[in-house]
Design a protein around this ligand. Sequence first.
Ligand SMILES: NC(=O)c1ccc[n+]([C@@H]2O[C@H](COP(=O)([O-])OP(=O)(O)OC[C@H]3O[C@@H](n4cnc5c(N)ncnc54)[C@H](OP(=O)(O)O)[C@@H]3O)[C@@H](O)[C@H]2O)c1
Length: 261
Amino acid sequence: MTVEVTSGKNATIAIITGASSGIGRQFAIDLDRDSRLDEIWLCARREDRLRELAESLSKPARILPGDITDKKWREQLLDEIKAERAQIHTLINSAGFGKFEAFCDLDCNERMVEVNCQALTAVTSLCLPYMKAGGRIINMASVAGFMPQYKGAVYAASKAYVISFSRALYQELKDRDITVTAVCPNPMKTEFFEVSGIEIDANPIKKIGIEDVEKVAAKALKRSDKGKDMSVCSLTAKTLRVISRILPHRLVLWFERKSGF
Ligand SMILES: NC(=O)c1ccc[n+]([C@@H]2O[C@H](COP(=O)([O-])OP(=O)(O)OC[C@H]3O[C@@H](n4cnc5c(N)ncnc54)[C@H](OP(=O)(O)O)[C@@H]3O)[C@@H](O)[C@H]2O)c1
């Protein structure tokens, strides 16, 4: 585990998983202006990306390259939190990925659950004892978590898990004055789509309501500061949330299948 510039022991820190790209990187840029934080800890597998980001921030930043599903990496993270007597103010669980094909045609179904659900839960669990009162957890979910998705069965289920987990934890941590916010954006143009293999511009349905990464991150931080358990940014995402509550999911899935969505 690599240690970069540090601000000393007992620092109040933010930990961001998935910080090497997309919205995780944007959160790091935004938190660089947060006066409550002394240090930002950046986590992802691509060390070069993390180093580049750390160098661009004005706050001391520490890079912790590794795979969040690797138990050894998580143990090292815990050791580092303990050794530095760090107090976690902000934990952002942004590491995640999605692949969209028929369940039987995908070879990464278990891996999606491992990264999006199991590792997110494990990182949250190891960080919680070191979280300050007044702190916050921001979990990247998705509109995909509002209802089941045809040819996105595991991804949508993994994000439904993140929403459900976050909302229950929000209530459990109220007495500790820690806020948990599930962020549910529509598609955002990030490397997510390179990994997923979907050509977003060629998909008329996925193209609807593409969200801006900067706006989604800013809104999520604002909602968490207001003590809200959900952050749903755009009108399209809010509409999808309402639809998911009104229409029978069987009907939505039937439509998705028939329309080749
Ligand atoms: N983009 C969208 O349309 C969209 C919409 C709704 C929700 N989301 C969710 O938002 C979150 C962030 O996505 P994004 O759009 O920012 O995508 P992204 O640009 O692909 O970022 C994903 C991040 O996760 C990290 N990551 C993936 N697997 C990892 C692993 N095993 N260990 C450690 N780090 C890992 C990646 O870093 P390394 O590759 O360097 O490890 C990267 O930093 C995800 O949870 C995603 O499901 C995205």
